[in-house]
Write a protein that binds this ligand. Sequence first.
Ligand SMILES: Cc1cc2nc3c(=O)[nH]c(=O)nc-3n(C[C@H](O)[C@H](O)[C@H](O)COP(=O)(O)OP(=O)(O)OC[C@H]3O[C@@H](n4cnc5c(N)ncnc54)[C@H](O)[C@@H]3O)c2cc1C
Length: 281
Amino acid sequence: MVLKERFVLPLAKKWIAGADLKSALEDAEKANSRGAGVVVNFLGEEITDPGMADDSMAEYLRLQQALYDKGIKGYASVKLTQLGLGADGEGMRNRLEKIATNADRLSQSLWIDMEGSAFTEKTVAAYLDVHRAHPDVGVALQAYARRSESDLDSILKEGGKVRLVKGAYKESPGFVYPTKAEVSKNFERLMVSLFERGGGFAIATHDHALVDRAKSLAADSHADFHFELLKGIRDDLKAELVEGGFKVYEYLPYGDSWWAYSKRRINEHPSNIWLLLRSFI
Ligand SMILES: Cc1cc2nc3c(=O)[nH]c(=O)nc-3n(C[C@H](O)[C@H](O)[C@H](O)COP(=O)(O)OP(=O)(O)OC[C@H]3O[C@@H](n4cnc5c(N)ncnc54)[C@H](O)[C@@H]3O)c2cc1C
């Protein structure tokens, strides 16, 4: 842990607002002043202790209220395993219900992140359930997952909202398309469906070719959508999109549990491994 904090934390800081809610709110205000909204995530996942899952819920309620009180354009994005999915299914649904009810009360959207394949089925089911009572809740779908086409269809039939991402977890070839080219092709296919049939959706990628494709689909469509990009990645692209008149949201994580999130960011881009190695020299 000491090694991680000494060598990885300085690198991780570029993707994470800080350890506490105050740092997230400061970053959120800066993003708003640059013309972008924010999607704020309290870091944490795979929580099995019901008391800790209750604490995560309480933090989300605080976060939503703070965004409202400060007049910040933004909303929360939650991982269902930090609310107890996997250990305490009924408890997780009650916690999610409270966060979704709070979002409605404050006129905020709420998003659900998509995690590893062990949780996909339960996440989609919980999403469809919560969305029936709270239409402004959306869920992430991963273009690398073979099942996402059918999940997208089920969600769009119910009028649901989707954040389209490539997918960030290590998965078996049975679950995912194995090559980058196939993942991008599937991303494009799902994105076309979103522009044809979706509303309030998010195109969440830093891939210039896919962003350009989204822009050209947008030119022929009246679909209500926005771009979402991660804190610390492709700030030039965020500025270019804001400048071009597109709605842009920055995904801002905060909290102490930064390791699992940072590992995914390091793995997805080789230059980060290089930056990490350089910090050891
Ligand atoms: C707003 C948002 C929410 C997300 N939510 C989820 C989720 O719920 N579930 C999930 O599985 N995944 C999620 N992801 C992560 C996503 O699945 C990808 O792993 C991640 O976005 C990288 O893929 P890419 O589409 O940007 O394309 P890539 O081809 O990986 O990257 C395109 C370009 O972006 C830049 N880039 C991308 N990643 C990095 C990085 N880590 N460091 C430095 N430069 C980088 C590089 O310039 C790269 O060439 C989310 C991503 C975003 C933007």
